[in-house]
Design a protein around this ligand. Structure first.
Ligand code: R5P
Length: 297
């Protein structure tokens, strides 16, 4: 029963102090509902405004690719160092700890493979299951200019509309098919289309020429994929340039889990993304961690 004993009337309403309205600082997200902002705030860290997502969803069309043969052995040890786990529901449920407190960006598309046409995806997770997994965002690829452009955009719209119903943001991934251009014009087009359709985050690729314009033309935060494995200094330089030109973080996979020191590499990427360290200083973090792991206890 509610307790009615000694109910005291409020008397200090701070009448001289205007109500403090705290703006939500994330690009393009100020007008979103509370639950949506809460989920985005779990992804983008307060201090830097940026995020380091660890992408290990590749198996959804590549199978057990190098570095992802055993998610429990290779990825689980990296979880403490990432801001976000970006993965499939299968990988998450089967191999990731539920008590890590790390937000999940859930891959919600699939239905094709490396053996078939990549743009022919379908929505492969129901919003109810995404909610059951406490996803902080859901994601699908868009393949602008590809054979199944229309279908991939329609998948994105479907995710955005169902996500909006429950306060779950959607990240659009600008996929590149086998023979598709990888330049600023293409990524600018695909990113902007995704944002205009209502995506809350866009994941795209860094390009040497014109990346600033890709970011400027996209009204929501952009994170970059890492792409194929590069020498560590090159991957760190790419991350540095992307952040310097306005990206809000990385969603990086192979350049972390295929490194000879994945912990060293993710620590180095964090230094670039969150602390603005130069690629050279970040490389030292990677080297130090690698040496530490190799030296006898
Ligand atoms: C495609 O396989 C996935 O969306 C990956 O999450 C994405 O490509 C990022 O991973 P990586 O840094 O390995 O390119």
């Amino acid at each position: 029963m509610a307790d009615l004993d000694d109910v005291k009337e409020g008397k200090d309403f701070g009448l001289d102090t205007p109500v403090d309205v705290k703006a939500f600082g994330l690009r393009g997200s100020n007008a979103l509902d509370w639950g949506m902002q809460d989920r985005l705030a779990r992804i983008f860290q307060e201090k830097s405004g940026n995020t380091v997502m660890l992408a290990f969803d590749h198996g959804y069309f590549q199978g057990p690719a190098t570095g992802l043969e055993r998610l429990d052995l290779t990825i689980r040890p990296l979880v403490p160092y990432t801001d976000v786990m970006m993965c499939t529901r299968g990988g998450l449920r089967a191999t990731m700890p539920a008590d890590s407190r790390k937000p999940v960006v859930l891959r919600c598309s699939g239905g094709m493979s490396v053996l078939t046409e990549l743009s022919n995806e379908l929505v492969a997770v129901d919003i109810e299951d995404a909610l059951r997994l406490n996803a902080s965002a859901i994601t699908t690829n868009v393949y602008v200019g590809a054979e199944y452009e229309h279908k991939s955009l329609s998948n994105l719209v479907k995710l955005i509309d169902t996500g909006n119903r429950y306060g779950v943001p959607t990240m659009a991934v600008t996929g590149v098919g086998k023979d598709m251009a990888r330049d600023a014009r293409y990524f600018g087009l695909a990113s902007r289309i995704s944002a205009e359709l209502g995506a809350h985050i866009v994941k795209t690729y860094f390009v040497e020429e014109g990346f600033e314009k890709v970011v400027a033309g996209c009204p929501v935060p952009i994170v970059i994929a890492g792409g194929k494995k590069l020498p560590e200094i090159d991957a760190l330089t790419m991350a540095y340039k992307a952040i310097d030109q306005g990206a809000s973080g990385v969603d990086m996979g192979r350049n972390i889990f295929q490194s000879d020191s994945p912990v060293g590499m993710i620590k180095a990427v964090r230094a670039v993304v969150h602390d603005g360290e130069t690629p050279e200083k970040a490389l030292q973090i990677y080297e130090d961690e690698k040496a530490r792991a190799l030296s006898p206890a």
